[in-house]
Write a new protein. Structure first.
Length: 171
């Protein structure tokens, strides 16, 4: 489907031969661009190249303003139906208390139920760096409590001063 900006109309069409489609959708056959332009002018409409890559290129006799409006409306509808996926982040610390962890789990549950991905980050500061492996169970508990609605897309991985994992909605 061509975008509005790359449509060629009337005198901009320089091809020797084109396949012409009439205003009611009927095939008018292969002819020179000059003849097709004359047919369009007689009908007081525009000649628009709708399939430039076809052999020969396909042109249609239509009202260009109306056609542009329809294309713009279709593009807008397609954009409206498009779903954007966000990655929400939940940050944890290695010595998080049970209630705080439950609050973070509920927050992540809300994000996942809305269709977003959740990036769970376990941040380490100072002396906590020495005990990284012994606190990995915090992430495991987090994922385990969300297993009913989520799956682990990327398992826990050490990156710099933090361990990260990504959870996404179960299909």
């Amino acid at each position: 489907m061509p975008t509005i900006s790359d449509l060629l109309i009337n005198e901009q069409i320089r091809d020797k031969e084109i396949r012409l489609i009439g205003e009611n959708g009927e095939q008018l056959g292969i002819m020179s661009a000059r003849d097709a332009l004359k047919i369009a002018k007689d009908a007081e409409l525009d000649l628009v190249k709708i399939a430039p890559t076809a052999k020969p290129p396909v042109c249609k006799v239509i009202d260009y303003g109306k056609y542009r409006y329809e294309l713009a409306r279709r593009e807008k509808e397609a954009k409206k139906k498009q779903k954007t996926l966000e990655v929400k982040e939940v940050r944890l610390s290695p010595n998080i208390e049970a209630n705080d962890l439950n609050t973070k789990i509920n927050m992540a549950r809300k994000f996942i139920s809305k269709g977003n991905k959740v990036k769970v980050t376990l941040k380490f500061r100072g002396r906590e760096m020495a005990h990284m492996q012994s606190t990995k169970h915090v992430l495991d508990d987090f994922a385990e409590k969300l297993l009913d609605i989520a799956v682990i897309e990327k398992p826990a991985k050490l990156e710099g001063k933090s361990i990260m994992m990504v959870l996404t909605e179960k299909k």
